[in-house]
Structure formats: C-alpha cells, structure tokens
Ligand binder design. Structure first.
Ligand code: AMP
Length: 663
C-alpha cells in the first residue's frame, strides 16, 4: 500500500467528482483508491489484487470519469464484469459518482437482456460501457458496438471470469480493442491463467496489492453474521438485545452520512447513540468520546478515520456494520475493544459477495471467525423477560416498598383479587412500551415448561416494616425462601387435555398438608391441576392451616379423588376428601374464586360503581390478547414516552445489554 492519502482532493480529482463524493458521504479514499487513482490518472496499466468491499469500483470509476471527454459520445472505457448483477452495480456506481457531470452516459450490457433494447441504447451512444464478456463479444461481432475510441479497458473480478469460463471471451475482446488502450485488471486472487493474461496484454503494469496485516487479536471474540435480506438494522438491534456482557459498542460504517443515519435510527429505537465522523469539529468529536467514556452514550457509529486511535475501555463490542476495506482496517477497528485487559467482542456483517474478505481477515488475524445466526424474536423475548425479572428482583431488594405493598394489599381485599392477578396486570402495563413478546412470539421456549417451582430471593425490605399493624398474610414468610434453595424447573410433560366438569358445583375439599409442612398455594394448585388434569382456573379458594388446607374444586368424580389422594405436595400425599362443615372457614390465604380474567361482570358490585369509568376506559387489564403490537421502532420502555420516567418504580430498566435506558 502506498502512503496514506487522507482526502480525495489530494488525489487531484476534478470538482464535480469531489462534490459527488461529498454527496455520497465518502470521507477518505480507501487504500486501494489511494493507490490506484494516481496511477490511473497517469495512464499506467494496473494489476490490482483486491476483492469486493475494498472500494475497487471507485478506484477505477473515479479516474475514468476524471479523464472522460463528455463532448465525445463514444465509448471511451469498457468495464468487463463476470455477472450481470455486477455490471449493473458498477454502472450504478458510475452514475452515482457522475451525478454532477451533466450529459454523462453509462450503459450496462449483459446477456439475458433484450437485444432490441440494447441495440437501441448502443445506437444512442454512451461514454462508458459496462458488460459481461459474452454479450460484449456479440455486439462487437455484429458491429453494433464500436470500440475504436476506447482508451481504457478494465477487467473486474478477473478470477471470477476465469472460474465462470469466460476467459477465452475476455482474451478475444482484449485482441479486438485498440492496442494503445490503457488496461487495468482487478482480481481477488492471481491464479496462473490470470497472471499470463496480465503478462500478455498489460504494458509494464503497476501492481497494487493491499497489504494484509497479520496481527494477533487473542483477547477479542470474533464472529460474523452473513447478511441475508436487506435489514441489517433489524439484525443489529436484535444482536444488541441479546449480546452478553454488553457495555458499549462502536459500530463501523463506511460513510459520514451513514454514521448520522444509523445513529439517528438507533436513537429512535431508544439507544443512547451518536455519530462520530470527520465532518464534526474536533470539539464535537471529543464530546462524543467523553460521553462514551462516562457512560452517557452506549453506542457510537463511526467511520474508520474518525475512530482512529479511540481508546475507551468501556467498548465491549465492535460491530462491523459495513465490511472494512481491507484486513488492516479490520484489525484497527476491532482493536478498539478488548482494551485495558478486558475481553472484547467483534461482529462482522458480511454479504455473500464479501465472503472473500472474511477469508482474508481470517488469514490475516490467523484466527477463525465463527458464524452466528440472527437471534430469533423468541430469543429477544426471553432476554427481555430475563431483564424484566431481574429488574423486579432489584426493586424488591433495594427499594422501600411499604406504600406500594399497601396499595396492592388493599386492592387484593377490596377487589377480591389474587396477588398474581394484580402482578399480571402490572407486568402487562410495565412492558407496554417495550413488549416482552415481540410480534409472532407465542411463548418463548424457556416458558414452555410447567410452572417453575422457584423460590423467591431473599427480600430486604419488601415486607412492610409495620407488620404489626398491617395484616401480612402468613404464606409470605413461607414463600420467601432463599433463592439458592430450590430453583427447580421441571421439564414439560405431555399434559392431558383438561377435564370437562360441566356445571359441577364448587365443593370444599380438605388436604393433609398445611403451613407446618411448608406447603404453598401455588404448589397445591400446580399439583392438583397437573395430576388431576384440572384447569387451574377452576380451582377456587385455598385456605392454609397449620397441618392441613382446604381447596375449592368442582365436585370430583371418585376416580379423580383416588388420583388426588395419592398426589403429593412436599412429599406428602394429599389424602384429599370433602371437608367437614366449617372446616376451612378461617382463611389465611385466598386464591380468588375462579375467573378467566378480571371482568367487571364477575366482580362484586361496589357502592361507587356508577361513578367509575367503564372497563374499556380503565387502563389495567390482564387480557394479554389486547396488548399493543410489537413495534421495534418504539421508544424504549420507561423512556421518553412516559416523560422520561420509568413506568413503574426505580430503578428503571437496569442497564441491560445494549438496552435502551431512560433518559
Ligand atoms: P466495492 O469494493 O467497490 O464493491 O465497494 C464496496 C462499498 O464501499 C460500496 O458500497 C462503496 O459505495 C463503498 N465505498 C467505496 N469507496 C468508499 C470510500 N472511499 N468511502 C466510503 N465508502 C466507500
């Protein structure tokens, strides 16, 4: 590689091209451009070893345009490409760079397109022709394409043309174009037949090879994702959601415009993101770096130039949103993470066409780069649920919740609701801005199990200090066991369909486990529902006593009584039997009477009902079917839409992986 050239102006490109480059947002020439453009302008033949993604198209397109005589509408340059897709892409690149060159015409010519259209277009004339070898040969033979005025011939992806069997056609074309032409041959690899062509048809070519940096990057976990479909942004946000050990990310894109564009899109999705590019003043750039260091920013979207030498130990992830131009740039980029003895992660987004760059990087870094899959919506959901749960545990451990405890307790008794029903509605409300279930996710895999029998963690201040005054249900003490004790999650068994009890009346049954045996209502419900194939909604009030409990159930047939007699809770058989009159009259815990969801029609009428808004106007509902659709472009939970305040309690969403945070 030649010395670093920092600006296109230094390459002596004419003003209309420089303006176009500003428009497309190119900040600085890529290494191959810096090396090739001066040689091209000087009329030298060129042998460039470069793959897609290095910026090689602009490396020949810009100098070709710079030397073009627009007044002469005859083909002055011909670019041969192996495929029609590449021909179209290259023609589009010419069009883009020539945006400020009125009257310029580039014509893509490839097999498969109607001959009539091509002949008409050729007769109208073009300054540059980009085409596949077979079709160009056809036109030369028909004399519908005249290359007498040709000054430059570019062979793009020569090794691909060889591989696809076009090399004879290429040679034929080389022999049928003016001998005085300038020739440039680009190839990702240089197999012998290509070298031979170069020796035979190129005059004293200057070789340009982008040097590979061989560096060890041991502290950095390197992975790649093969871009499928166009939605890199969706992929990026999903990855940021599920990445472990995320602290801050540096995202590399190619253009200044892309830094702003992507940073804005990430901001719109609730991330603390900012752009860093060469157009920003030194002061502004420093501000961005300072904010990243201090943690007020989590994501910086940068160009290679702007991120040069950035040293922020918080950067846990480098995302190569656009592939780097060369392996050297890659090594520089990923070196921004894994600093100060930490482990860093690098993720490369790579299009199928850019796989060669991936291989080159693997060779240069002497490390394999592992493929990763796009996280599924289910995984995103699981992650959100895990974070949500953690947030609840943090609040329970850290906050004084006396007031809220009392609010819930009163609601329980006044509305005849179970704690779980209230919690469910609260969970629903809390996730509205950032749904726990992205669209299409029915139930994340981890929840496709039986109800986890998981003890709650120790709770520092969740139980009101004034327990003497507030009637704290006795089951609480039993339920709050240290977390280590029993994180048992049973695998889902094939569950029989729930039994149909028709209109069977509710009957109170007695079971032989109670508080002294450590029984908990949820275990009793779980055991009876599972073993008896009874829909949990049909299980009514449960009252716990010291050595026994009572449960309201639809009247049970005798064979079911037999099953439930042997069913165990806390290792003890339930020995279920109908309760004697008066047994179970003094409850210490109520699971509310069965109800599908909170519904006004089922609720006890209250004195102030008339003054209350109808249910549809009331915010809290446990009916998940009415949840708002998942919108990834929404502001994050607890973010701006709720006035910058968490929807519920503090801390707001405790800082998760790349997670939107409240501002
Ligand atoms: P290529 O290797 O020619 O296929 O180019 C790969 C991509 O890099 C294209 O999307 C170009 O628009 C982009 N590109 C080329 N040169 C530059 C540059 N100097 N700055 C930013 N992006 C560039």
């Amino acid at each position: 590689m030649t010395k670093t050239i920092d600006s296109f102006a230094a390459l002596k490109l004419p003003a209309p091209l420089l303006s176009s480059l500003i428009e497309v947002g190119y900040e600085t020439p890529s290494p191959i451009q810096a090396a090739c453009i001066p040689l091209f302008l000087a009329g030298r033949d060129l042998l460039g070893e470069a793959q897609t993604g290095t910026g090689k198209t602009a490396a020949f397109a810009l100098p070709l345009l710079a030397r073009l005589d627009l007044a002469k509408k005859v083909p002055q340059a011909l670019v041969l490409t192996p495929t029609r897709e590449l021909a179209i892409q290259v023609a589009e690149a010419f069009q883009k760079y020539a945006h400020n060159m009125p009257g310029f015409h580039v014509l893509p010519v490839y097999g498969g397109q109607s001959m009539v259209i091509q002949l008409r277009a050729l007769s109208r004339g073009a300054h540059i022709i980009v085409g596949t070898p077979g079709r160009i040969m056809d036109h030369l033979e028909r004399k519908s394409l005249n290359l007498d005025g040709l000054q430059t011939l570019v062979l793009d992806e020569a090794d691909e043309m060889l591989r696809m069997g076009f090399i004879d056609d290429v040679e034929w074309i080389l022999e049928h174009t003016p001998a005085a032409r300038q020739t440039a041959l680009f190839s990702a690899t240089m197999p012998d037949p290509i070298r031979r062509i170069a020796q035979r048809y190129l005059r004293d070519p200057q070789e340009v090879k982008i040097r590979s940096a061989t560096t060890t990057v041991a502290a950095i976990k390197q992975r790649y994702w093969q871009v499928r479909g166009a939605d890199k942004l969706e992929a990026l946000t999903r990855m940021l959601e599920v990445e472990e050990d995320f602290e801050a990310a540096l995202i590399f894109v190619r253009t200044k415009t892309a830094t702003i564009d992507l940073a804005e899109k990430l901001e719109a999705r609730g991330y603390e993101a900012a752009a860093l590019n060469g157009d920003m003043t030194q002061g502004l750039r420093e501000q961005v770096v300072e904010r990243l260091k201090s943690g007020s920013l989590d994501i910086v979207v940068a160009t290679d130039v702007a991120a040069r030498g950035l040293d922020v130990p918080r950067i846990s992830h480098v995302i190569n949103y656009d592939v780097p131009y060369d392996t050297e740039a890659y090594v520089h980029r990923i070196g921004r993470t894994g600093r100060a003895g930490r482990v860093g992660s690098a993720i490369l987004f790579v299009a199928p066409r850019e796989m060669r760059m991936l291989k080159a990087i693997e060779r240069a870094t002497r490390q394999p780069i592992e493929p990763i899959n796009l996280p599924t919506r289910g995984e995103v959901a699981e992650r959100r649920i895990a974070q949500f749960r953690q947030q609840i545990l943090d609040v329970l451990a850290e906050e004084n919740l006396d007031f809220f405890y009392e609010v819930v307790r009163r609601m329980e008794s006044e509305e005849n609701l179970a704690t779980r029903q209230i919690a469910t509605a609260l969970a629903f409300l809390a996730q509205r801005e950032r749904p726990l279930r992205p669209d299409g996710v029915e139930m994340p895999a981890s929840m496709m199990r039986e109800e986890p029998v998981k003890a709650a963690p120790p709770v520092a201040r969740a139980i009101p200090s004034a327990t003497a005054v507030l009637p704290v249900p006795t089951f609480q003490a039993a339920e709050r066991k240290p977390r280590e004790e029993a994180p048992v999650v049973r695998e889902r068994k094939e569950r029989p369909a729930p039994r149909d009890f028709g209109n069977a009346p509710l009957v109170r049954y007695r079971i032989e486990v109670g508080k002294n045996q450590g029984a908990m209502p949820k275990e009793i419900v779980g055991a009876i529902a599972n073993e008896g194939a009874i829909d949990g909604k049909l299980i009514g009030q449960i009252n716990l006593f010291d050595d026994y409990s009572t449960v309201e159930l639809p009247e049970l047939p005798s064979e079911l009584i037999d099953i439930l007699r042997r069913t165990r809770v806390k290792q003890l058989p339930l020995k279920i039997r109908p309760a004697a009159p008066g047994e179970g009259d003094k409850p210490s815990f109520s699971k509310s009477t069965p109800r599908k969801s909170y519904d006004k029609s089922e609720r006890r009428p209250r004195a102030d009902d008339a003054a209350r808004p109808a249910r549809s106007d009331r915010p809290a509902s446990a009916d998940f079917s009415k949840r708002p659709p998942y919108r990834d472009d929404k502001k994050p939970a607890f973010g701006k839409p709720t006035g910058g305040k968490p929807a519920f309690g503090k801390p707001a969403f405790s800082k998760p992986a790349g997670k939107p945070r409240p501002r």
